[in-house]
Design a protein around this ligand. Structure first.
Ligand code: SF4
Ligand code: SF4
Length: 291
């Protein structure tokens, strides 16, 4: 971990639970589309990996995103982190994500940059993220076991080819772990999100955590499944609070656990306990400011 990352860790409300009382995050909804299909996801909604489903986000172009960043940072000084977390996958269309991150970094050398992804396309961009000092990356890994993954993922789109079944999960998990390995070699902080899907991956989560510890993952965030109507996993009930607690305890033997995630939308802004969206805070004023 380089000095700048250590310093930034003090101000990151997700990677550092104490910081959440004083520092907020700004999510920019610029990432459209996805390169995989999770069984709990309906693309009408935000990515459930890092978002609360049920509300469709407004997508921003890179220029709109930059305009919003300027407005929010000027008017809300508690914002310490700008991140991209959906509504689809940040590296489905990497050009957009990287353009936005690069432009923010050029204008704001000290802001913390953060990105969240399923990891499939991540290995190719680790060098560039490191150069931009995007020091915090979240990868969603629901399992590392192909037989379980085939019950979670319908397909992946890899090098222009749709792949299904165990081969898809094997490719996905290989690239996720490769990306984490590269990120850690560069000194970035890595959080893994894992959606708890009762009866499918719950018994496998401590095994996942044990393997992630070998890769020096910094933090693990077990997220209870939110069943989304119309999806293949819609009939699976969310895990009980007791199961979530038990799984965190088991996984915590291997990787420190995040327990304060509030499952933000892809356009969330402010302190984690505030329920604001980017558009709540900018709507009237941006219309005036940006014409
Ligand atoms: Fe949906 Fe996110 Fe999975 Fe993509 S990675 S299918 S957007 S839940
Ligand atoms: Fe932080 Fe969780 Fe919100 Fe992501 S979804 S910004 S990890 S609180």
């Amino acid at each position: 971990m380089n000095d700048s990352t250590a310093d930034q860790l003090l101000r990151h409300p997700c990677f550092n639970a104490n910081a959440r009382h004083y520092f907020g995050r700004l999510h920019l909804p610029v990432a459209a589309g996805c390169n995989i299909q999770c069984g709990y996801c309906d693309r009408k909604y935000d990515c459930p990996n890092e978002s609360r489903p049920g509300v469709t986000s407004q997508l921003l172009t890179p220029q709109e995103a930059i305009d919003h960043v300027e407005f929010i940072l000027k008017n809300h000084p508690t914002i310490s982190v700008v991140g991209i977390a959906g509504p689809g996958d940040a590296f489905h269309n990497p050009a957009v994500t990287l353009e936005v991150l690069a432009r923010i970094r050029a204008a704001h050398p000290d802001i913390i940059l953060c990105v969240s992804t399923n990891g499939l396309n991540l290995p190719d961009y680790v060098d560039y993220l490191s150069r931009l000092r995007v020091n915090f990356v979240t990868v969603t890994i629901n399992t590392l076991t192909p037989a379980i993954g085939t019950r979670i993922y319908d397909y992946i789109s890899h090098h222009g080819r749709i792949v299904q079944g165990p081969e898809a999960v094997t490719i996905l998990t290989r690239l996720q772990l490769q990306a984490i390995s590269l990120l850690k070699r560069k000194g970035l902080r890595v959080k893994v999100n894992t959606v708890i899907i009762p009866g499918i991956n719950d018994a496998d989560i401590s095994l996942t955590a044990a393997r992630l510890a070998d890769y020096r993952v910094d933090l693990m965030n077990l997220i209870p499944l939110i069943p989304v109507p119309g999806t293949p996993l819609a009939d699976i009930p969310p895990p009980s609070a007791a199961l979530v607690q038990q799984l965190r305890w088991q996984a915590g033997k291997f990787v420190p656990q995040m327990t304060h995630c509030v499952r933000c939308r892809a356009d969330a802004v402010g302190l984690l306990n505030q329920n604001n969206t980017l558009f709540d805070l900018t709507d009237t004023q941006t219309k005036e400011s940006f014409g």
